[in-house]
Ligand binder design. Structure first.
Ligand code: GLU
Ligand code: ZN
Length: 298
């Protein structure tokens, strides 16, 4: 059984990059006669844009996506994340931390993939009194690898490249890394197709899966859509929200970006015909095996 998913964060409407992830995960699920689930990653309430979740759902409907089962909202699942954290606490794999960002920057001895690596201060020093506590997981000092269906073999030493990372933030919110792993397992996800901007997170997620005794799904990381300046398309780079009035054109463009060589006449077809073409011609092997690819947005 194939169970795939699309997991947008409601920090803004869908943009081209998120549409590409939706299209690819959908085509993969459909060609495998699997399910395609939808999960709203609305965990980070401070970053959420009001109304964005509903806008995304409307956009998906306008594009003709059909999801299976009920939509999962991460904001309603804190209990599940807390249970997983307890399992990790029981194994002495996590520890509380009261360090501020500045203290970490000042005390870190080396820079990893995502900046200053946390030096493990709170493992050997007393916690600050009356300070809000974050929870970190101890990372193994060994190389972990996985095979990505698009990007090939990816390896990291979590201890050196990332450092002990946060599972629950000092403001009480659970971190994306924990929530995504708990939800993918709870929803029985077998295949994850998403943007290569999450490639660097994957080994953290695989490590958490191992510590929680979950199965590791198969991964495929798509090139991320960039503008001509090489910047990732996201709300931060002010990527234009996708206009669903041109849905056929955007679907056509997504398929093109994904290396599927749709005939140019397809952009004038009905959504139904586009999906029919897309699903019957879909080949993951045609997706470029690079982390980013330039696209001209019109
Ligand atoms: N919610 C994440 C995002 O929109 C995607 C998470 C995932 O696919 O694992 O970037
Ligand atoms: Zn600390």
């Amino acid at each position: 059984m194939y169970i795939g998913r699309f997991a947008p964060s409601p920090t803004g409407p869908l943009h081209f990059g998120s549409l590409v992830a939706a299209v690819a995960s959908y085509c993969e699920a459909k060609t495998h006669h699997g399910k395609w689930l939808l999960r709203m990653e609305d965990l980070d309430k401070p970053r959420e844009v009001k109304g964005a979740a509903n806008t995304i759902l409307k956009q998906l409907v306008a594009f003709g996506f059909e999801w299976d089962d009920a939509i999962v909202y991460q904001s309603q699942r804190a209990e599940l994340y807390a249970e997983a954290l307890t399992l990790l606490k029981n194994q002495q794999l996590v520890y509380p931390c009261t360090c501020t960002r500045k203290e970490i920057a000042d005390s870190s001895t080396h820079i990893g993939i995502e900046g200053a690596v946390y030096p493990g201060t709170c493992l050997s020093h007393a916690l600050k009194e009356n300070a809000a506590v974050a929870w970190r997981i101890k990372t193994p000092n060994q190389t972990l690898c996985f095979n990505d269906a698009v990007q090939g073999k990816i390896c990291q030493n979590l201890h050196q490249d990332i450092g002990d990372f946060i599972l629950k933030r000092a403001d009480g919110l659970f971190a994306y890394q924990l929530a995504v792993v708990v939800d993918d397992a709870a929803q029985g996800i077998t295949h994850i197709v998403r943007g290569a901007d999450l490639l660097d997170s994957t080994l953290r997620q695989i490590y958490l899966q191992q510590m929680l005794h979950y199965q590791t799904p198969h991964y495929a990381h798509l090139p991320v859509a960039c503008n001509a300046a090489g910047e990732k398309l996201s709300k931060q780079t002010l990527a234009a929200p996708i206009n669903t009035e041109n849905a056929a054109y955007h679907l056509f463009q997504s398929l093109q970006f994904l290396g599927q060589t749709p005939p140019s006449s397809l952009q004038f077809e009905t959504h139904q015909n586009i999906w029919q073409w897309a699903i019957s011609h879909w080949q993951l092997a045609k997706v470029a095996n690079c982390k980013s690819q330039i696209i001209q947005i019109q």
